[in-house]
Design a protein around this ligand. Structure first.
Ligand code: SF4
Length: 716
């Protein structure tokens, strides 16, 4: 599949270069090939044969080369003069001045307010090497506890649940292609038809074999439209639905008692707990009719191989980790994890959402999925780093908690943000922007002047995907090679080099390197013996074997495409059931805010939109966000298709164009979160946090809806 012909920014090799897409966790393989075309050289993007995408690319991947030569690309460091208000314009600066300003500001903050006053906020799109370097930089160069990343807003609930139940968090414990071999796939809050279109070939292949698909989603999505059964719960009630289905599975004697006895612990308490979830009660909580639940359970009963696939719709809640545990309970009761073409899995969103959380970017973790609070883990990693374990800080606070306290007593005062646009993507985003402005100092490293970068004292122009070498870990836990295909524009530098340089200016340069391969080899040693063990994975093996699945503890180990076949990595080798109960969302509709707002991704755009809002093909496909409204609700509100709606919650408001659709519940509206300005939907979302994962409740809050006079795009 050939992509568009696009100008390239620097020199490019004459042969095509194999690499992977810069966007989501499917990490589709692609070939970038220079061609002569009219006005000059162009870079052709083509999907490449690979076990996940089999040559397919969605429109984001196809248009990705446009990012490389984009006229908005940052190519020189920017600084502001003066102090405090940050209302001066940026001026171009040398790298030396910009980096010294950052090093000085981090030092001053730590001298005045203590080590944790300097921090770093990372991104789930960073390579494994960068994520590892970021975690090490904060612990070794800054000796600060203040680090977390935007992956906390993506996978943390599923990660917490999987760790509790299975003893390890790898989003998919089996290859994506297993979906085609399952008799039944139950998708919960996941819409791959829109957000990962090339993955749908595995679902389609399953259906051709006669597989049946069930979808749980408040919206009748493109994925739901292709399914056999659609269960449409009220947002925030998936936990009750899972417990209700388990109640029915017990009632109809569908549970696998032999599997439960041999491979699990904790079943009796869960069996007792789900007695409370009789069908009528669950229908009242979820809105899903009893007959639909019964039908879903009948499909599960007739299936010999079932995969339950979770997504952000179920997980981005203040009870997201318990919700994921409820679906895991169902999977365990049906005897799925570890069986062929069966199990529970979750689909990571961001490009390196999986690898980004394995190597130390999370506030409580060290490389290899070791825990920072574990003395043995500290000793091992400190040994690899050549520092005293007692020098390492203890765990810090989670992403939203860090952002919420910026500029306050006890909070971070000087912050470096890498590859993240929290001014748009964090919950309660208007408040987060206020906190960013309250910082003594903010530095942002990015390829474009994002909404977060606009608030900074210093902006660093960074290299991006096709301009650098490194590794990524995809949705399946398969470690991939990202290869350099073109030169970076003059003036841009890799975040690896930035962190190594800053460490030198902070007097800790001897511990850091800026060569990605050297950093990866150190990562391998640091992860050795950990749950996410990369010790046996080399760049050569990745090239030769089309990716290697972790854990891979030695170079003669074949890697681990399928987990749990012989046991679970828990102390007794058994998976654990957990009793979990439904509770209301942190915010429910009332007289002032009578409807529910749910948020998510759209097909043409990605995350905070920093890249996709600058890509012509994607803007042409979706030039502005719309709010999905059911016709019955629209009639009550007095708004027509294409009219404007003001959405207001306790935190903020946004104004969006209406798209009428009967695919959404009449008590709920849906809006995408990729946009900024008065369309920043995260200005409305609720930062209520899950107690275990610290995941904010992006997926549901109470909203007031008011029809307002329609503006043209030019007026807006
Ligand atoms: Fe890129 Fe994801 Fe689209 Fe594949 S599905 S082309 S990885 S955005």
């Amino acid at each position: 599949m050939a992509g568009p012909h696009l100008p390239i920014s620097g020199s490019a090799p004459e042969q095509g270069v194999s690499t992977h897409c810069p966007y989501c966790s499917l990490q589709c393989a692609m070939t970038l090939t220079p061609r002569e075309h009219g006005a000059g050289p162009v870079l052709e993007v083509a999907g490449a044969p690979f076990p996940t995408n089999r040559g397919g690319l969605c429109e984001k991947g196809q248009s990705s080369a446009e990012l490389l030569a984009h006229p908005d690309r940052l190519t020189t460091p920017l600084v502001r003069d003066g102090s405090g208000a940050r209302d001066e314009p940026f001026r171009a600066a040398s790298w030396d001045e910009a980096l010294q300003r950052i090093a000085d500001a981090l030092t001053v903050a730590q001298e005045r307010f203590g080590p944790d006053a300097a921090g770093l906020f990372g991104g789930g799109g960073m390579t494994n090497e960068k994520a590892y370097q970021a975690g090490k930089f904060v612990r070794v160069a800054l000796r600060s506890a203040s680090i977390d990343y935007n992956g906390r807003f993506c996978m943390s609930s599923a990660a917490a649940a999987a760790t509790k139940a299975f003893g390890v968090d790898r989003g998919m414990p089996f290859p994506l292609s297993d979906i085609a071999r399952a008799d039944t796939v139950l998708l919960v809050g996941s819409n791959p038809a829109d957000v990962m279109p090339p993955a749908m070939r595995w679902f389609a292949a399953g259906r051709e074999r006669g597989a049946r698909h069930l979808v749980v989603d408040p919206r009748y999505t493109a994925t739901a439209a292709a399914a056999d059964v659609h269960l449409q719960p009220v947002p925030g009630t998936d936990l009750a639905l899972a417990n209700g289905l388990l109640h029915l599975a017990v009632k109809h004697r569908l549970v696998d008692t032999a599997y439960i006895a041999e491979r699990t612990t904790g079943w009796p308490a869960v069996k007792r707990a789900v007695r409370q979830y009789w069908p009528d009660r669950v229908e009242r909580i979820t809105g899903v009719p009893v007959r639909v639940m019964e039908r879903a359970v009948r499909v599960l009963a007739e299936s010999r191989a079932t995969i339950i696939l979770s997504g952000r719709g179920a997980e981005q809640h203040a009870k997201g980790s318990d919700t994921a545990l409820a679906w895991i309970n169902l999977a365990l009761a049906l005897g799925l994890p570890g069986r062929p073409f069966s199990g529970w899995a979750t689909m990571t969103g961001q490009g390196n959402g999986q690898g980004g959380r394995e190597h130390g970017q999370k506030a409580d973790q060290l490389p290899g999925y070791r825990m920072l609070a574990d003395p043995a883990a500290r000793e091992h990693v400190a040994g690899v780093w050549g520092v005293d374990p007692d020098e390492l800080p203890q765990p810090g606070v989670s992403a939203y908690e860090m952002l919420d306290r910026l500029g306050t007593d006890g909070g971070v005062r000087a912050l470096v943000v890498m590859a993240s646009n929290v001014a748009v993507s964090a919950p309660n985003a208007a408040h987060v922007r206020e906190r960013l402005r309250a910082l003594d100092f903010l530095a942002v490293s990015d390829i474009f002047l994002s909404e977060t970068a606009e608030l900074a004292d210093v902006v660093l122009p960074t290299t991006q995907w096709a301009e650098e070498d490194g590794t990524m870990t995809n949705v399946e836990g398969r470690v991939l090679r990202r290869r350099r295909a073109v030169d970076a524009p003059e003036g841009a530098r890799s975040d690896l080099a930035v962190l190594a340089d800053l460490a030198g200016r902070l007097g800790r340069g001897e511990y850091f390197d800026d060569d990605p391969r050297t950093v990866f080899d150190e990562l391998r040693r640091a992860s050795a013996g950990g749950k996410a063990d990369y010790a046996g994975i080399t760049w050569e093996r990745i090239e030769a074997e089309r990716g290697v699945f972790w854990p891979c503890p030695s170079e003669d180990h074949e890697g681990t495409p399928r987990l749990f076949r012989d046991g679970f990595p828990t102390p007794d080798g058994r998976a654990r059931f957990h009793v979990v109960h439904h509770r209301d969302a942190a915010e429910t509709p009332d007289d002032e805010f009578p409807y529910r707002l749910t948020t998510g991704r759209s097909r043409a755009h990605y995350q905070s939109g920093t890249q996709t809002r600058r890509t012509k093909a994607l803007l042409d496909a979706e030039p502005e966000p719309t709010v999905e409204v059911h016709p019955d609700l629209a009639a009550r509100l007095g708004v027509a298709d294409g009219g404007d709606l003001l959405l207001r919650t306790r935190r903020g408001s946004a104004r969006l164009r209406v798209r009428l659709t009967s695919t959404i519940r009449p008590d709920t509206v849906f809006a995408p979160f990729h946009w900024a300005g008065e369309q920043t939907i995260n200005d409305l979302t609720n930062p209520a946090l899950d107690p275990a994962s610290r995941m904010p409740e992006f997926k549901v809050c109470a909203v007031e809806l008011t029809a307002v006079p329609t503006t043209t795009r030019e007026d807006a």
